[in-house]
Structure formats: structure tokens, C-alpha cells
Design a protein around this ligand. Sequence first.
Ligand code: HEM
Length: 527
Amino acid sequence: MLKSTTGWLNSTTWRYIFTPVFLISALHYASPSPSRGLIVSGLTYLLIVIIIAVWDSRDAQQKLAEDAQRLGAVPIPKVKGRLPGNLDILFALVRGDRDDYCGEVFRRWSEEYGPTYNMNILWADQKSRKFNEMFREFLGDGIFTVDGDAWKLHRNLARPFFVKDRISDFDCFERHSSNLLRLVSDKAESKGDIDMQDLFARFSLDSTTDFLFGHSTNSLLDQYSQFSAAFKAMTHLGSTWRWFEIFENKSREPMKIINSFVDPILTRAVQERSVLLDKNVEHENFLQHLLAADLDTELVRDELLNILLAGQDTTASLLTFTIYCLTLYPYIAVKVREEIDSQLHGRPPTVEDIKELKYLRSCMNETLRLFPPVPFNIRRSIQSCALPSPLSKTKPLYMPAGRSISYSPLLIQRRHDIWGSNALQYDPNRWLVGDAKVHVTNPFAFLPFNGGPRMCIGQQMALNEVSYLTIRLLQEYTFEFAPRQGSALPPSWKASDIGRENVEKIWPVASLTLMAKNGVWVRAKRR
Ligand code: HEM
């Protein structure tokens, strides 16, 4: 279990508030003049707090140094800013997020300090907050937001539903693919541009709700889908909105819309729960699977929203960047289409077909490598430990307990020392020969679905879903990139010899997932 360090009556409160206030009150009353007493008290308070803070900090540093020594580890290199508290580093982060290519600001620091560094903002390592504190209202307690034994319970409960038969429900993919193809067809006929990012977000919302609830949001059939907008709003509120909640609860309206979809389905399913408990009854969707496990209704609701969040944006992101890469490299699109045509001769794919389409899979892997849907991730150290040093000859790095550790699949998967001199090139062939071994020998070299025990549970389902829709699109259309007015890239990118700036036609940005700023606009032509 994770430690709780909060509580208003802890030793910090005593040291910084109660004790100084007690001393000051004593001084104040002992003083002959009230106004002089007030000034003396104020200054004394400040002095006491500074002394305690310095004392505490020295004490803490000493303890950390001893712990590091015990583990035979050295401190992680600290980024050296120019302003006190590394405030300029904080500003650089904000500026980088706004103006630079996704992750570029971190890449620059890694050139200076090595691949692992401590940003040391405001004189402190970043103490972490639990994910569920950030998304409490939206996600409650589900597989994504809980840790320890509670997580194991959720994982064991969910896993059996993600078996081959379930995740290969191509009828579900076909229903929503044909809705999407109809929209593409309309635009192809009118020679209009299409934002594929928007269509893919709706497609994955519709198919994932279908899979989870047995009811689809059908947002592809409704251009002004309220659910789609509300879900987007909730996932993008992230961690900061609570600070502004004093004036307005920004989650109230979107949550009302989300609940108006979820609650009636849940109520109906709960009424039919007794049927689901019969072992001979097959469960058609994840909601029924959870209800049959006799879970509390609120927990069922949380779990469904957790998995909807986990599966929707990520799948949409992979679809978006796959089509983007195929328009950016038309000669690769030609090869993928040839492979699809020779395997399928125009019919929709089966699971077995998808296994045979090795070049398509290589393209998806290459897209996941250069444009991982979760480009940044975060972990928390429960206890202090020694991390293996990325610079092999030095000692391991010391990680104190209770700290946030951010890592970037996007940067790791573009590293030349791991992926070779052509690391930045989109080269599906690397998955067919030689380099494919990289992620076998080092499972953390390629981690779009994460690694370790919390690895994505929906990986195979996502790969089936993305393959299915990509095949259906390529069977019927060719796609050309359509530059969009008002979404020009920074002029400096063309001349840049760093990263992929000079080849990109869209601006990849990181929200919770990787997206294209302003969308991915294409023109479709029927084959
Ligand atoms: C291309 C699509 C996808 C990508 C790239 C992806 C990626 C990831 C990543 C990186 C994690 C680890 C998150 C963390 O612990 O920090 C994760 C977890 C998870 N994913 Fe996916 N995911 C995808 C699709 C899906 C789908 C379609 C589903 C289900 C419908 C799903 C369900 C989950 C669940 C339930 C977890 C939490 C696992 C746990 O904590 O034990 N994902 N995914």
C-alpha cells in the first residue's frame, strides 16, 4: 500500500506553526508596546521558520546521503538553472510545451546531463501525487487509478475478458468502420478535406463503448455528439482544474452528459444481474462480465470509465499517426496496400489475415515507435532504491522514496544509441530484419504499451482494431495530405537538423496522449 503523509496535525504543522506562534504570543504579551511587540513577533516568527527550514533540509539531506551510501548509489545529476529554485527551468518547460516539438526541451537537457536527470525545481525533488487524486471525480477507483492489492484485484477481474475471442469481435469493428467509411465517402465525393484525427476519436469512442457497455455512443452518426465533447473535456481537464474550482466546477456539465449515457445502461443491467450469475449464460460485454463478479455498482461504473479512458484516446492516436505516416510516405502506403490486396482480394479481414499482414504490422510498430500514443509517463518510488545507471561504468543512481519519476517512451524510442543511426527515420523494414531484436533483448527499448506488471491489458485488441480499420480504409481509398490554413509549422523547423522537425507536416503535441495540433487533414480518393 502507498504511504499517507498528510494530516493537519503532523510534526511539520507543530514545528512551523504551533511552536513559533506560541513563542511569538509569549513575546508579544511580554512586550511593553503593542506595535513594537507586533514587529518583533513577526520578525522572530520569520527567523524561527527559516532556522527550522534550514535545519530540516540539512537533516533530510544527511539522511538521504546515508541512505544512498547504504545502497552504493550516487545522486542523480541535477539540472542547473540560472534563477533561484530553477524557476527558469520551470518557465522553459512551459515555453517548450507551447513552442517546441513534443519532448524537445527534455531531449536538450538529456544531451547536457545524460538520459537521467533531476530537474530540482523549487529546491525540491518532485514529490508525487497519486493519479487518482488528479482524476478522482471522473474515474473514481478503477484499474487505472488504484495501486497495490486493490489494483491486483481489478487486473485479475479484467484479464479474463480480454481473451482472443472477445478482442477479435470484428462485427463490432465493422459496424463502426462502415459508419466512418460513409463519412469519408461523402467527403471524397465532394472533394472536401477530412480531419482524420476527429473521425478516429469518434470511431474509437464508439467501438470501445460498444465493447464495454454493449451500447455504442454512435458519435460517428452524430456530428454534434455531446458525449464525445464531454469525454474530451474530462480527459483534458487533467490535474490543474481543481485550483480554479473555487469559481466554477468545470467537471459538472461534462460529467452530467457522461452520466446520462452510463447510468441508464447500468441501471438496466443491474436489474438483470440475476440472469448473469448463471454460469451457463455467456457475457456479451464487459459490463455484464463485471456484474457477474458481483461487484458494487459504483465500482463497476468506475471500472468501465477507467477502461474507456485507457482504450479510447490511445487507439485513436495510433490510427491518426498511422494514416499520417502513410500520407507522409506514399511509397510505403503503396506497399501496404499491395500486401492487403494480395492477402484479401477486397474482402474484410479475419484475425488470421491480420496475422499474415507482416508489413502492415511493421508499419504499426514503426508508428508506435516514433509516435507512441502515451509519449510521457510517470511512476512513483514507494521506497528508496538504486536505479541502474544509463552510463554503464558509473555507480547506480539513487532514487529517494516518494518521488515522481517521469520517463518518455517517445524519447527512448528515438534514441540513436538504441535504434541506430536511422533512429529518426520511418523505416518499417527494421521490424522485418535485424533491429527487431532490440526490443527482445531489452523490453524497455520499445514500450508503447508500457512494460512490467502494469502493461496494457488491451494491446492485442487495439492492434486488431487499428489493423481492421486501416485495412478497410486502404482497400477503398487512397489518401493525400491536405495542408490546412492556419496550421503552419514554426518556420525554424524546416532548417532544423535536430529530431524530425524538418520532415514533419503536422505538429505532434502531448496531452494525456499524443495528438496532432490542429488535426491530420487529408483528401480521400476512391480507388
Ligand atoms: C494503441 C492503443 C493503446 C496503447 C498505446 C495503450 C497504452 C497503454 C499504456 C502505456 C498503459 C500503461 C499506463 C500506465 O500504467 O501508466 C496502458 C494501460 C492500460 N491499458 Fe492500454 N493502450 C492502448 C489501448 C488499450 C485498449 C483498447 C484498452 C481496452 C479497451 C486498454 C486498456 C488498458 C488498461 C485497462 C490499462 C491499465 C492496466 C493496469 O494498470 O494494469 N488499452 N495502456
